[in-house]
Design a protein around this ligand. Structure first.
Ligand code: ADE
Length: 424
């Protein structure tokens, strides 16, 4: 069916293989709470439609992604894994994956050079297809290995940032294979981006700081689907919520959702806690930092650590120290202290376990089914970014309702005719 690589795989590179039992317990817990993926898995295990496929996954290596990797392995794929962020990798989960026969190159806290070398090692395994989260693996293939890229069947992308990069490559005529845009499936962004980020960001911030949210002024930068979730849950926790935006439509939406809307320079002196969720660079800069209150907390929930300008913070500070795990205090002239969480990396994964399991159940079921679609259809797919077919979205929605034991009404023939008629 496809071009399985005959090359044998090198050994995994990981921190400590002895951590595997602890990692396996985390994976088992996730697996128990992923009924949709389990339904998909039951079919894939029987048919093994990915037999002969070597797949590289570049994902946040925690329990839910591990279960996706194992599901794809059960579907017949030979799976190679590397991390999509050096701080979200959980070493015990990596060890468990390796024990289960996945070839993994990752450890928590990898330096930028180690991180790159892990991605390169995954590509050295000559995968036939890719699942990426944020576009680093696809980016490396196109930048450093165009000849290899031309032999790839295609892949799937998980997140907004990755899809933006893919679309930029497509626009410039540089994308060399088809990529499924899983992020923009309805069963992905309406749930993962909104409710997933909405919960996991607060989980990460609360477990890291152990501070109360109620009564605080929380400034949320960005009112896309992720920002909406973060702001909604901030309100539920009793915070006063300010939203900053660059898009007038989203700003209007935030206002009618009951939030204050203003520019970052106006919000800077008001906020107790700032959360960037824009996907863009330089959202909180030195000029804002100098206006902030003593003790203000700064967290990022966007894919890359570029939204809070860390070099500005480092330049402004007279001293810095770690005051709790994942909380770095920067003292500015005059004694004002600003606290950066998780090095400005995505706080829900670098200082937490990522989105709730039941939410990732939907995203990863879409990933599995989108990959299957790609593998089956790639011959007729030119390089480009492809939406997840509506039938897959609908199937995941139906499986989720089935798992919840919920049933919904059906259109009667008369209702269906009414909806499709202009005369009635
Ligand atoms: N867990 C695994 N991947 C994740 C992602 N992209 N966002 C949040 N949690 C995750």
């Amino acid at each position: 069916m496809h071009t399985a690589s005959p090359r044998s795989l090198p050994p995994s590179r990981l921190r400590d293989a002895g951590l595997a039992p602890a990692g396996q317990r985390k994976i088992d817990w996730a697996a128990q709470h992923m009924p949709v993926l389990n339904r998909v898995r039951a079919e894939l295990e029987q048919e093994r439609p990915l037999r002969g496929l070597r797949l590289a996954v570049c994902l946040h290596l925690e329990a839910k992604t591990a279960y996706l990797a194992l599901t794809l392995q059960a579907a017949g794929a030979e799976v190679v894994a590397c991390a999509s962020n050096p701080l979200s990798t959980q070493d015990d989960v990596v060890a468990a994956l390796a024990e289960q026969g996945v070839t993994v190159f990752a450890w928590h806290g990898a330096s930028p050079e180690e991180y790159e070398s892990h991605l390169a090692a995954a590509l050295d395994c000559h995968p036939d297809a890719i699942i990426d989260d944020g576009g680093d693996l696809v980016g490396m293939l196109h930048r450093d290995r165009p000849a290899q890229a031309r032999r790839i069947l295609g892949g799937c992308e998980e997140t907004t940032t990755g899809v933006l990069r893919l679309k930029a490559m497509e626009k410039d005529g540089l994308l060399l294979f088809p990529m499924m845009d899983v992020n923009d499936a309805l069963m992905k962004y309406l749930f993962d981006n909104r409710y997933g980020t909405g919960q996991s960001v607060w989980d990460g911030i609360m477990r890291t700081t152990n501070l109360v949210v109620a009564g605080k002024t929380v400034v949320v930068a960005g009112y896309g689907w992720c920002g909406k979730g973060v702001a909604m849950r901030a309100k539920g926790l009793g915070a006063r919520v300010v939203v900053t935006e660059i898009d007038p439509i989203k700003a209007n939406e935030a206002w009618l959702d009951g939030f204050q809307v203003m520019r970052m320079e106006q919000a800077a002196p008001l906020g107790d806690l700032f959360i960037t969720v824009t996907g863009n660079i330089d959202v909180i800069r030195g000029e804002h930092m100098v206006l902030m209150r003593d003790g203000a907390l700064l967290a990022n929930a966007g894919h890359f650590d570029v939204e809070i300008r860390k070099p500005d913070l480092e330049q402004l500070a007279l001293s810095r120290r770690l005051v709790r795990p994942n909380v770095e205090e920067f003292t500015l002239p005059g004694g004002k202290r600003l606290h950066l969480l998780a090095e400005g990396r995505l706080v829900n994964l670098a200082a937490g376990d990522g989105h709730p399991v039941e939410v990732m159940d939907l995203s990863f079921s879409l990933q599995a089914l989108a990959l299957l679609h790609l593998v089956r259809e790639h011959a007729s797919m030119a390089p480009g970014v492809y939406p997840v077919p509506a039938e897959i979205d609908r199937r995941v929605a139906e499986l989720r309702l089935e798992a919840l034991g919920l049933s919904i009404d059906q259109l009667s023939p008369e209702q269906a005719a009414y909806l499709s008629s202009w005369q009635a």
